[in-house]
Every structure is written in structure tokens, then in C-alpha cells.
Design a protein around this ligand. Sequence first.
Ligand code: AP5
Length: 222
Amino acid sequence: NPKKPLKIMISGAPASGKGTQCELITSKYDLVHVAAGDLLRAEVAAGSENGKQAKEYMEKGQLVPDKIVVMMVKDRLSQPDSNEKGWLLDGYPRSSSQATALQAFGFQPDLFILLEVPEEILVDRVVGRRLDPVTGRIYHLTYSPPETEEIAARLTQRFDDTEERVKLRLQTHNQNVESVLSLFEDITVKVDGSLPKEDVFAKIDSALSNLIEQKNTTMLAT
Ligand code: AP5
């Protein structure tokens, strides 16, 4: 029973729930989660030359230049695990040049998921977001509180998660989203990301099962 690995992109405004949905998607579908923001934060934490440069842009809520981001993502997608299991690309591409660069390397998604969330909800989500450095899990003080006192005590906040900075990140997102969307129109599924996370996942889950069915049918036909 040979399977074609899934190749998915997930996009949306800052704090629209990309990372949260990726946790749910990977636990069911076992795809390799490749998050551009996480790869960049790892470079920043490692203190590499790319990391130092990237941090300047991230602090201003601007896009990190292609010369850093494109190869970083391309290298991760080229690893054997991404190829074997399939991938879930989170927060990339954020511009048409990033999209074209990836296509030139032969990476073509099956599905482009766009999470739609009204702006007034986003700030609230960012300000209450906390991360568990031990498990990497995403929490929210109100919507997804930590399960135990022990976890609560070790939670951290991202350096760009202030109200002021999220507004800048949102501006950058709004400037670029249309140009990226127009390139993936025929494979885009728009999902209402303002619903509770389980309901958002139910929509994504059904889009993914349809896709798998479709892929299997085309395989039998060829
Ligand atoms: P990145 O790390 O990608 O940040 P972002 O796009 O701003 O998105 P977030 O990670 O903030 O949010 P999310 O959508 O994952 O939401 P989450 O699930 O955590 O990028 C950071 C920076 O890196 C950029 O500004 C840029 O500088 C740079 N960068 C990244 N990619 C780049 C690229 N391709 N090119 C150039 N530069 C790049 O959820 C948020 C909160 O809400 C959590 O607390 C969560 O618990 C809660 N929540 C989630 N879903 C729900 C729900 N349904 N209901 C209630 N609460 C919810």
C-alpha cells in the first residue's frame, strides 16, 4: 500500500493559530513540521551570524531577507524525513519571491491552508501566549492554560510578543498576503480561525482526508 506523502502549507496572520494547528495536524498525520519562525529563533538562540541579522528584522516585525530564509527552509525540506513522511510548512512563503524560490527547487504543495481571524482577536492571543521550553507546546493564559503548576512556573514569552510589535507584524502580513494567495488560489482552503482550536482542526482534518482520498484515487488511475 504505497502512499504519497502530503505536502501542506499553512498561512495566516500573526497569532492566527498556525503553530497550534500544526501541533494537532502532526500528531494525527505524522508530517514533518517546518516552521520558518522556529528555524529563525533557533538561529537567534545559537547566536549564529544569520541569527544576529535575522533578529534585527524580527524585532521590527519585518520579513527576514530571502537570502537567509530561503536556503534555511529549502535545507530543512530536503532532509530525508521530510521527503519520506511529507511536510507541513508553517509561515513560509510570506512573499511571492519566497514562493517562486521554493518552486524553483522543485517543492510543490498539495494544499494551501489560510487561517482567517479578525484583527481584534489577534492582539489578545499574542499578549496571552506562553511557551513551554521543555515540550515546545504553545499555551494561552485564557484559552489554553497550562495543565499543572509545574508547567505554569516554567512558561516563557517570545521577544516579539508585545502589543506594539504584533501590530508591526500584522502590517507586514497585510502587505504581503494577497500576492502569496494569488499564487496558490487553486489549492487554497480558507478556514475560520476564530473558532475554538478543536473546531478549526475539524475543518482542516476534513480537508486533509479529502486530499488523501484524492491522491490515492489518482495513484490507482495511473
Ligand atoms: P512566526 O514565528 O511565524 O510568527 P507569526 O507569523 O507572527 O505567527 P505566530 O507564531 O505569532 O502565531 P501562530 O499563528 O503560530 O499562532 P499560535 O498557534 O502560536 O514569525 C516570527 C517572525 O519571524 C516574523 O515576524 C518575521 O520577522 C520572521 N519570519 C518568519 N517566517 C518568515 C519568512 N518566511 N520570511 C521572512 N521572515 C520570516 O497561537 C497564538 C496564541 O493563540 C497562542 O497562545 C494559542 O494558544 C492561542 N490560540 C491558537 N488558536 C486558538 C484558538 N482557535 N482559539 C483561541 N486561542 C487560540
